[in-house]
Design a protein around this ligand. Structure first.
Ligand code: NAD
Length: 523
């Protein structure tokens, strides 16, 4: 049975408590709504430039003390946070659902991301943050030590599609490395990150270290970037360019995790069992989170020889998807995040149909289910002069394409400005890996759509081409939040000619010692 009654955990008292920590000295607020009903849940304070500067000031004061904590002591906070985040996963999922309209499965899966990130870096951070002694230029008489120091205060700008994951998971390695964080969630989805931060504080994170400011991006962004020592941005490619430009002008580092137009290439050798697996995975890869996953699939390339069979199997499953507004596990697909976004998705479908594409299933908004619902939609005959053929739709819409040779499939898959995620399916893993090696993308999933790459927290994950700069996860997902200090020690003044030494003799000695050192190092 499905239910659209607001979850009992999402009380007015909880909502008021969460938004109370957002500074908003002007008194201006933004009406945060429940997506399934369009009803106002709470008035979210909007932060002024002065509020943002104050948040950075407080964060900076807290950071100076936090950076002095031994790494082990900082990590103990995250050991406790790991437990608290899991123990409170159901309430977190309730908040994620009310503010984003996604279905229950995706909300629950989203709650798992910060604990997974914590688990990974609890193991890895002590090694990454320990000073590393290297040899200096003169063996025995010199040393050089690589020391990682925190950047200071990291500004994080997060989108609405995974508000809890992007609000928290990118902050965790920054905090572990000794930084403070000021996060700006999207206005629509500020509740779940606020709840997550309250759990981190319950686990012992010092007050003031993790600040939240709210407002529309162009209002908050400039002051946030101008006060930050590093910016972590997740969002659209268009906004990423604005953020990157400003960070560049301020000479601070940034990581930009941006959009995609992600392809899936299916090779011609899948047996019946593999086709079944492919259909399930592809349906999730296209329609999971109502198509609002940055790594979701928007283009599927099928071999000409098996096109009809594979298309029909995919369309059959897509057209049977259960879609609806519910806080239980009934619907497989939830709502889009807003009516504005629904209109954007609808405009891509309309544009494609007007220019000659065919709708194989779906294609319509579903106001009968809720204000922002849109049907899972499969298109055929999409071309690059259509919006849906070129730019990111970010909704439950996919185009199916035929290819004749594997070379052609790879060429088509790479024919895009984006390079965030790709998927390759084959009965022969080695064959799929050969294709994967030729696809221009920051992530390639073999025999999966997207989750395997994203959940591999030990490997950096980012975009190439217009899909981004830098990466999250892996060693660089933590080290990017540090500056490297090279502390070099020379025990005796041996670099240079000795007093009174003939310079020709010195050069001869220096050149032969270069050869000697090379031989010593080779061994
Ligand atoms: P968006 O760029 O419109 O907004 C993202 C965030 O940036 C929001 O908090 C927004 O308020 C803020 N913002 C907007 N304009 C700003 C400005 N001028 N200065 C500073 N901040 C500004 O993106 P969106 O529509 O919220 O999110 C969807 C996009 O995010 C899609 O393109 C999706 O692919 C991408 N995304 C990428 C990843 C990834 O890891 N690569 C993950 C999730 C989402």
């Amino acid at each position: 049975m499905s239910t659209t009654t607001r979850p009992a955990t999402v009380t007015d008292e909880l909502l008021e408590r969460l938004v109370a920590r957002v500074p908003g000295s002007s008194g201006a607020t933004w009406k945060l709504t429940e997506v399934y009903t369009g009803e106002v849940l709470v008035e979210l304070p909007q932060s002024t430039p002065e509020d943002i500067e104050r948040a950075f000031h407080e964060a900076r004061a807290a950071q100076r003390l936090w950076a002095q904590w031994p790494v082990r002591k900082r990590l103990e906070v995250f050991e406790r946070a790991h437990t608290l985040l899991i123990d409170n996963a159901l309430t977190t999922a309730d908040l994620i659902q009310v503010e984003s309209g996604k279905n229950r499965r995706m909300a629950i899966e989203e709650t798992c991301d910060p604990p997974m990130v914590i688990s990974h870096y609890l193991k890895r951070a002590p090694k990454l943050l320990a000073p590393k002694r290297r040899g200096g230029p003169v063996p025995f008489l010199s040393t050089s030590t690589e020391v990682h120091v925190p950047k200071g205060v990291v500004g994080i700008i997060a989108p609405w599609n995974f508000p809890f994951a992007t609000g928290l998971s990118d902050a965790i390695p920054a905090l572990m490395a000794g930084n403070a964080v000021v996060v700006k969630p999207d206005n629509k989805t500020a509740l779940s990150p606020l709840f997550g931060i309250s759990l981190l504080e319950e686990a012992g994170l010092p007050k003031g270290l993790f600040q939240v400011v709210c407002g529309e991006g162009p209002d908050v962004g400039p002051t946030l970037i101008d006060n930050a020592d590093y910016v972590m941005f997740t969002g659209s490619t268009a906004t990423g360019r604005v953020i990157g430009e400003r960070a560049g002008r301020n000479l601070i580092g940034c990581c930009l995790e941006l959009g995609g137009k992600n392809p899936m290439v299916v090779l011609d050798d899948l047996d019946d069992a593999a086709v079944e697996e492919w259909v399930e995975s592809a349906v999730f890869g296209v329609f999971g989170n109502t198509g609002q996953i940055c790594m979701h699939i928007e283009r599927i390339y099928l071999p000409e020889s098996r096109y009809d069979e594979l298309r029909d199997a995919f369309v059959r499953r897509a057209s049977g998807l259960r879609i609806g507004a519910s806080y239980d596990f009934g619907p497989e697909i939830g709502s889009l995040v807003s009516t504005d976004h629904r209109d954007r998705v609808a405009s891509h479908v309309e544009d494609a149909v007007t220019k000659g594409a065919t709708v194989l299933t779906g294609g319509r908004a579903r106001p009968d289910l809720g204000p922002a619902f849109f049907e899972p939609t499969v298109l055929e005959g999409v071309t690059k002069d259509m919006l849906a053929g070129k730019t990111e739709t970010f909704g439950p819409v996919v185009g199916l394409y035929r290819y004749r040779t594997v070379d052609e499939a790879i060429k088509l898959a790479n024919d895009t400005d984006y390079g965030l995620n790709a998927s390759v399916w084959s009965g022969d893993i080695a064959r799929a890996e050969e294709v994967a090696a030729r696809i221009e993308s920051g992530n390639v999933n073999v025999n999966d759509a997207l989750a395997t790459a994203y959940a591999s927290k030990g490997t950096p994950s980012g975009g190439v081409k217009s899909s981004g700069v830098g990466a999250r996860h892996g060693d660089q997902g933590l080290l990017k939040y540090t500056d490297v200090k090279n502390v070099a020690v020379l025990k005796r003044q041996v670099l240079g000619a000795r007093p009174g030494q003939n310079y020709d003799a010195y050069v001869k000695q220096m050149l032969s010692s270069l050869k000697l050192m090379r031989r010593l190092r080779v061994r």
